[in-house]
Design a binder for this molecule. Structure first.
Ligand code: SF4
Length: 419
C-alpha cells in the first residue's frame, strides 16, 4: 500500500544539478539472492560475511561464497560490498586485519564500516578495499561528511534520517560519494541507536542480533504491578517502510550516487521485484529526463513484493504520527514466490521450473523477468521431469514442466496469486 502522504510529495524540485547515473545497490542475504539481485539489474550488492556484520541471522557468506559471488557479479559488471559494520568491543578486533585481507583477496570492492577502529585497520591492512562509512554512524550534516572525506573515505552511507535538503547541501559542499537508503524497512529509533532487542532478548542490535522487537505486539498496563490492561488493543512501535520509487528524479537531481535497497533477510522474489522496478525507473529517467514519466507498473511491481505500508521517510519532512504503525498493518503479500525457471523449450513452449512453494493446475500465476518482462496465465497441466502428470507441485526444489503463454528465460520467476 502506498500512503497518500507518499503520493502527495513533490516529484521534482526544478533545475537538475547533476545527471551522473547513480548506482543501484541491492541486498543479498545469500549467494542465490546475490545472483538474482545482479541478474535483475543491481549495479552492486552488499552482503554479510561470517564475522563483523549486522545481520547475524542472514545466510552469511563464507570467503569461498564471496569469491563465487564476485565472479558472478563481474560477468554483469557489478560489484560486491561486505558489511563489517559492528561497533566492536575490544575482543572483536582480534583477527579483523586478517579477515579484511581475505576479503581483498576474494575480490570484494568495498567494506561498509562504522567503527573507526575497523576503518583504520582496513586502510592499513587492505588498501585495495574501499571503505564506505556505514549508516550506523548516523551522518546527517556536511561537516561530518567532510570529516570522513578527510579520513580518506570515498563514500558515506547517510543516516536514513537525513533530509533531501541536507543531502543536496552535502553534495554541493563535499566532493564525495553519497549512498542513501531509498527502499525498505526503517528503524523506529534513530537508525541503530536502539537497545530494545538487547533488553528483551539479549540480542545486540549493534552486533548483528536485532530481533525487530519494535514490531512485536504490546499491551499497555496502568503500572508495573497492575495486570489489568489500560487498553485492550495490541500495539506495535514500528514505522512504515521507505519507498522512493515516485521520487527518482529528486534523488538523482540531489546528487545521490548510490540508491540503496534495504533487506538482506528478504526473499528472492522481493529483491528481484524491487530491483526490477527501480532499475527501470532509473534507466528511464537517465535516458530522457525531460520526458520521464513514472510508470504505474513500477509502483505496482513494488506493491506485489511489499506487505507493509510505505512512505517517504525523512526525505521531505520528519515523519509524523500517521507514518507510524500502531496496529498490525502487515497484510499477506498479494503474491507468493512459486518457482524459478531453469530451462525453456522454445519449440514446444514448455518451461522447466524449480519449485519454491506448492502450486497446482488452475492457479493464477505471473512470470517475471528483468527489464519488466512479465505476463499472467493460468497453470495448465504440470508434469515431473519424466513426464508424469502431477496434481500438485508439492516438493521443494522439484523440477516441474509446464506450458507457458509466452517465452521465458532461466532465472525468470513464477509467482502465484494469493488474493
Ligand atoms: S528493534 Fe526495531 S528500532 Fe530497534 S534496532 Fe531493531 S529494527 Fe531498529
Amino acid at each position: 500500500m502506498v500512503s497518500t502522504a507518499l503520493q502527495d510529495k513533490p516529484r521534482t524540485t526544478g533545475k537538475r544539478q547533476r545527471l551522473a547515473k547513480p548506482e543501484l545497490l541491492a541486498p543479498a542475504g545469500s549467494l542465490e539472492k546475490l545472483k538474482f539481485a545482479v541478474h535483475y539489474g543491481a549495479d552492486a550488492v552488499y552482503i554479510g560475511g561470517q564475522k563483523y556484520g549486522l545481520r547475524s541471522n542472514a545466510d552469511n557468506f563464507s570467503i569461498e561464497e564471496m569469491r563465487q559471488g564476485v565472479e558472478f557479479a563481474a560477468k554483469y559488471g557489478a560489484k560486491v560490498f561486505v558489511a563489517t559494520n559492528i561497533y566492536a568491543h575490544q575482543e572483536d578486533l582480534a583477527g579483523v586485519a586478517d579477515y579484511l585481507r581475505e576479503l581483498e583477496d576474494a575480490g570484494i570492492s568495498a567494506i561498509i564500516a562504522a567503527d573507526p577502529a575497523i576503518v583504520e585497520i582496513a586502510q592499513k591492512a587492505a588498501p585495495k578495499l574501499e571503505v564506505h562509512l556505514s549508516t550506523q554512524q548516523s551522518t546527517m550534516n556536511w561537516q561530518a561528511v567532510q570529516f570522513w572525506k578527510e579520513e580518506g573515505l570515498p563514500r558515506v552511507v547517510l543516516a536514513r534520517e537525513a533530509t533531501m535538503d541536507e543531502i543536496r547541501e552535502m553534495k554541493a559542499r563535499v566532493d564525495i560519494e553519497l549512498e542513501v537508503f531509498i527502499h525498505g524497512a526503517m528503524c523506529s529509533s534513530v537508525s541503530g541507536r536502539c537497545v530494545l532487542s538487547n533488553h528483551f532478548t539479549d540480542r545486540d542490535s549493534n552486533r548483528g542480533g536485532c530481533c525487530q522487537s519494535c514490531r512485536w505486539k504490546y499491551n499497555l498496563h496502568a503500572d508495573e504491578t497492575s495486570i489489568a490492561e489500560v487498553d485492550q488493543n495490541l500495539f506495535t512501535m514500528s514505522s512504515k517502510d521507505l519507498c522512493m520509487i515516485q521520487h527518482i528524479p529528486d534523488l538523482i537531481d540531489a546528487g545521490v550516487d548510490s540508491f540503496k535497497i534495504e533487506g538482506r533477510m528478504k526473499s528472492i522474489h522481493y529483491v528481484a521485484s524491487v530491483v526490477n522496478a527501480y532499475r527501470q525507473a532509473i534507466d528511464s529517467y537517465m535516458a530522457d529526463p525531460e520526458g520521464y514519466v513514472l510508470r504505474p507498473e513500477w509502483v505496482a511491481e513494488i506493491g506485489k513484493a511489499a506487505n507493509r505500508p510505505l512512505n517517504t521517510g525523512f526525505f521531505y519532512s520528519v515523519p509524523g504520527a500517521e507514518e507510524h504503525i500502531y496496529e498490525a498493518e502487515e497484510k499477506p503479500a498479494p503474491y507468493d514466490f512459486a518457482a524459478v525457471v531453469t530451462d525453456y523449450d522454445a519449440a514446444e513452449g514448455i518451461a522447466t521450473v524449480q519449485q519454491r512453494s506448492p502450486f497446482r493446475p488452475g492457479m493464477e500465476v505471473e512470470f517475471i523477468g528483468p527489464d519488466g518482462r512479465q505476463f499472467a496465465q493460468q497453470v495448465g497441466e504440470i508434469t515431473d521431469e519424466d513426464g508424469n502428470a502431477l496434481s500438485v507441485a508439492r516438493h521443494p526444489l522439484q523440477k516441474i514442466r509446464l506450458k507457458t503463454a509466452q517465452p521465458v528465460m532461466p532465472l525468470d520467476l513464477m509467482r502465484k496469486r494469493l488474493q
